[in-house]
Design a protein around this ligand. Structure first.
Ligand code: BGC
Length: 736
């Protein structure tokens, strides 16, 4: 072990890469106004600002009355320029202090122009595109009167049984951090007052993805080390990127529900990370503290949450109804209430709502923004980049010009609803182009025969005969199989991850015809498709790609675009391998031929498809890995590699760099992603790709939980996936 005294302590906060724009610093001019409002507010009005109420389409009479009385600070699930204006009008003209509402909605992967689900977007490994997609979502939502989105969801997920893996960026903290920051920038833009900006919410704080057994809402029990190394970085990155709000998570961590955790909401978030925005609970999470068994009454639940640092109560209505008595009885200091109100009012001021309660939304702007042609265009590009080619034996893809008849088969081939995936905002399935529609549009002289084969979760094989007949008359059969759009997302955990219903049997039946098969998997998570991986020549993972599903898929199948997506999450062979993630530790008995090494007796430990994997229609070669042999702990190591397109098609490659700290004072992952770059190369073209490694990538939390860079040897791996690649090594020199 290295002497700790010789290590350099590096505060992660000092390593912030993105511009920090704390909310309070954005509109300091608003403080006197906030002070004066606070001075005039009754206790009920103060707690009213902390009360968030969900409306169903339009606020009802009781909800409007709350707005009139100043007993609600925010509505959620209200959208549309006319509807939001009407509600806001009541708040700003009929309430005593004329405080505007902040209107929130889950705009997760698009408002009306629906983009790929976040896990799909993560497969693009393209922060710029992801930022642009979030910006489009913000532009549409803001035009429709929404001020505040409950996104990005940045929960790391190592368990694909958990349905909400679909909403995040997968298993890796580095990729997750890059995309979290990109989404915050996209949603918030440079100025929250702009009519195309919405306030972002980092959620769900914290470690919601660590649910035991992958069962939604379940207990989480993680060491502080795993929390800090694997789960916290994306939240931190989003906050460093300026996210204005944070949402608590439903789960407990090690006995303390997040919504009642002063350590999470105050010590870590505000003191350690310097967060200046406000915290909202998740839906009824304050009331759920009773179920967790840490509060014996609604009032106690409210006190726990508010004092932990949860500023706004989503839906429980505990703050507004149960806390006034506690404050009056001196059981909650009024200063705690004031501070929470101040944070909420600051956000309203930062959005400019005191000056323009509609935040620029008008019916005209809304009409012009929704589904604007350039938005669809971007949705198509992002969808194309999100598609991952998992397998392509015998180059079944791209479809050859000799293909004259194409069979399109499967329950998801023409499913407009599923194309949008979970949390489709105000997306309309009628806007979605399905795989079948996209293929038909692109097919030209190729004739397309379609057979559904079976339903998604059907047990009936009655449709198989038609599907087999379609395949028999075709040169290639494209099977679009997988989960329905709502089989992932919230409250959609699965214990089995195979193709639902009789779909695998349909696949087997079509494969048995001898017609070459292309399997297109639609899913919000990795599925266990071991049979397909062994028998089917070509497999494409296409997640749920949004309104442009069909055209994007067709462009890839026909070879107009080479697939370039890479897996943001490991695909296991079987559920029994879960949790399975690439950045695991070595253990004292690393996997090997010896019986007493870490493995299973009935299945390999390796995944079906590893993190970072994704094929192309061209080939890339990596050469000329260069790096200095030594750096100091505060130094920057430049790593460069030459990447050449050695095939015959223009294509993009995601160049990935991983590091491994060989000997450290604590155990380290066998590999950790430390850089990536998407490059587009013409046939024969070579490009030198450069990376910089600093303390941020090389550091670790030592035994005292201090973030340090320890001297010693490191390995780097550079390639097109988390397996293999060119290898190099360097040393971090001891501090003299
Ligand atoms: C989800 C959140 C969401 C909230 C509001 C909750 O059930 O966990 O992610 O933002 O509802 O819709």
């Amino acid at each position: 072990m290295r002497p700790l005294s010789r290590c350099l302590t590096v505060l992660p906060a000092a390593l912030i890469l993105c511009a920090v724009r704390p909310l309070s610093a954005q509109r300091p001019a608003a403080e006197p106004k906030i002070d004066s409002l606070l001075a005039r507010m009754t206790l009920e009005e103060k707690l009213g600002q902390l009360n968030q109420v969900s409306v169903d389409g339009q606020p009802n009479a009781e909800q409007l009355d709350l707005a009139r009385k100043g007993l609600v600070g925010s509505f959620l699930n209200l959208a549309g320029a006319d509807a939001t204006h009407a509600a806001q009008h009541v708040a700003v003209t009929e309430s005593r202090l004329h405080i505007p509402l902040i209107l929130g909605l889950d705009v997760i992967h698009g408002y009306r122009t629906i983009f790929p689900i976040p896990l799909g977007e993560a497969a693009s490994w393209d922060p710029e595109a992801v930022e642009a997609a979030a910006h489009v979502a913000a532009k549409e939502a803001a035009a429709a009167g929404v001020h505040w989105t409950f996104a990005p969801m940045v929960d790391i997920a190592r368990d694909p049984r958990w349905g909400r893996i679909a909403e995040g960026s997968g298993e890796d903290p580095y990729l997750g951090s890059a995309l979290a920051a990109a989404r915050v920038r996209g949603f918030q833009g440079k100025d929250l007052r702009a009519p195309d900006a919405v306030l972002a919410t980092v959620k769900h704080f914290a470690a919601y993805g660590g649910a035991e057994g992958g069962r939604d809402y379940n207990t989480v029990d993680l060491s502080e080390r795993t929390l800090r190394e694997a789960y916290l970085p994306p939240y931190h990155a989003a906050i460093d990127a300026g996210a204005g709000s944070v949402m608590t998570s439903f789960n407990e961590i090690g006995g303390i529900p997040s919504t009642a955790s002063p350590w999470l909401m105050t010590t870590l978030l505000r003191r350690e990370w310097g967060f200046k925005g406000f915290v909202v609970s998740d839906w009824t999470a304050v009331a759920e503290l009773l179920n967790h068994g840490v509060a014996g009454s609604r009032a106690d639940a409210g006190k726990l949450a508010l004092e932990a640092g949860v500023d706004m109560d989503m839906v429980s209505r505990i703050y507004v109804s149960d806390l006034p008595a506690l404050v009056r009885a001196g059981r909650i200091p009024v200063a705690v209430v004031n501070e929470a109100v101040r944070r909420v009012l600051r956000a309203k001021a930062a959005l400019g709502l005191f000056d323009d309660p509609d935040h620029g939304a008008t019916p005209e702007r809304e009409r012009a923004a929704l589904l604007a042609p350039e938005h669809r265009q971007l949705a198509r590009r992002v969808a194309e980049e999100s598609i991952v080619l998992l397998k392509n034996e015998g180059q079944v893809l791209p479809l050859a010009t000799r293909v004259k008849t194409l069979a399109v088969i499967g329950p998801l081939a023409d499913d407009k609803v599923s194309a949008l995936g979970s949390w489709p905002g105000r997306g309309d399935p009628q806007d979605a182009l399905t795989p079948l529609a996209g293929i038909k549009q692109r097919a030209g002289s190729v004739s397309v025969v379609y057979a559904k084969g079976c339903g998604i979760t059907d047990t009936s094989t009655a449709g198989f005969a038609d599907a087999v007949a379609a395949a028999k008359q075709a040169d290639v059969a494209v099977l679009v199989l997988g989960e329905a759009g709502d089989m992932s997302g919230e409250a959609a955990s699965r214990a089995e991850l195979d193709l639902p219903g009789v779909q695998e049997r349909l696949l087997e039946a079509v494969q048995a015809t001898g017609t070459p098969v292309v399997l297109v998997v639609n899913s919000g998570r990795p599925l266990t498709i071991a049979w397909a991986a062994e028998h089917v020549p070509a497999i494409v993972e296409s997640w749920f790609l949004g309104v442009e599903t069909g055209p994007a898929l067709a462009a890839v199948l026909f070879g107009d675009v080479s697939p370039s997506g890479k897996l943001p999450v490991t695909f296991p062979r079987a559920v029994g391998q879960i949790p399975l993630y690439y950045n695991h530790k070595n253990t004292g008995r690393p996997t090997g031929p010896d019986k007493y090494s870490s493995k299973y007796i009935d299945l390999p430990v390796t995944p079906l498809f590893p993190f970072g994997h994704g094929l192309s229609y061209t080939t890339f070669s990596y050469s000329d890995l260069r790096l200095a042999p030594r750096i100091t702990p505060t130094g920057t190591l430049r790593v460069s590699v030459a990447v050449t397109n050695t095939g015959s098609r223009e294509a993009a490659e995601v160049v990935q760099l991983y590091v491994h700290d060989e000997v450290a004072s604590v155990t380290r992952p066998v590999r950790a992603l430390a850089g990536f770059r998407r490059v587009s190369l013409k046939p024969g073209e070579a490009r030198t790709v450069e990376f910089s490694l600093t303390a941020k990538e090389l550091g670790l939390y030592n035994q005292d939980m201090k973030f340090v860079v320890e001297p010693g040897k490191f390995r780097v791996f550079v390639g097109g996936s988390s397996v293999g690649g060119l290898e190099g090594e360097f040393e971090v020199a001891p501090v003299r």
